[in-house]
Write a protein that binds this ligand. Structure first.
Ligand code: 5GP
Length: 191
């Protein structure tokens, strides 16, 4: 999506070969018009999938997933990050290794909000090693629902998550795929 790539070129800050900061429009301040058009684009790409719920992870995913769910006219569910394991059986949970913090955390979704037979679209801001997508997709499976795929704003193509998950059969639609990046050279996109 050219509009998103342009914003990454002009406003993205490459902190290292691994981390891209897009705080001015996505992760801290939000450009709601840009996110509305990203949401419309995800909804268009997945329009054939008969989606019944959109699932993301708090907090940055919510703003991107909101316009998608609105376009598709389905509920938006966000997985909550917790430090403690929930033991009362009312939630589905998964352990996710945080790419940016380097630690593990639990994510959980109430059993009330994903049901067997649901067709769930995952939305997230970044794709790096794929841990967040794997955690969310395991929650969808545990619920007896179907993951129709994942919509990602920015995929970092030099990190292995996209390739690994596509090889496992997950449909992943990324609006911008970063081929390479460095603080000196900036960002190059995959065509
Ligand atoms: P993964 O689980 O695929 O390794 O990493 C994806 C998650 O880590 C996303 O939910 C996102 O919050 C975070 N993340 C990964 N890479 C970046 C990055 O370059 N910049 C930012 N801001 N977040 C990232």
């Amino acid at each position: 999506m050219e509009k998103l790539k342009q914003r990454i070129r002009t406003e993205g800050k490459v902190l290292s070969a691994d981390i891209l900061k897009v705080n001015s429009f996505l992760n801290h301040q939000i450009d709601v018009e840009l996110l509305d058009s990203m949401g419309a684009e995800f909804a268009r790409r997945f329009s054939d999938e008969k989606i019944t719920r959109v699932l993301t992870i708090e907090s940055s995913g919510i703003a991107i997933a909101y316009p998608v769910a609105r376009e598709l006219k389905v509920p938006l569910v966000f997985a909550k990050k917790t430090k403690s394991k929930n033991l009362d059986g009312a939630v589905y949970s998964a352990v996710v290794h945080s790419f940016t913090r380097g630690t593990d955390y639990d994510v959980e979704v109430s059993k009330d909000f994903i049901k067997p037979g649901d067709r769930v679209l995952i939305i997230d801001d970044f794709l790096a090693n794929g841990a967040a997508l794997e955690g969310l997709s395991s929650i969808i499976s545990a619920a007896g629902a179907v993951c129709v795929g994942a919509g990602i704003a920015i995929e970092k193509g030099s990190q292995p998550g996209g390739k690994l998950l596509r090889e496992k059969g997950m449909r992943i639609e990324s609006l911008a795929i970063v081929e390479s990046m460095s603080p000196e050279e900036g960002v190059t996109f995959r065509n």
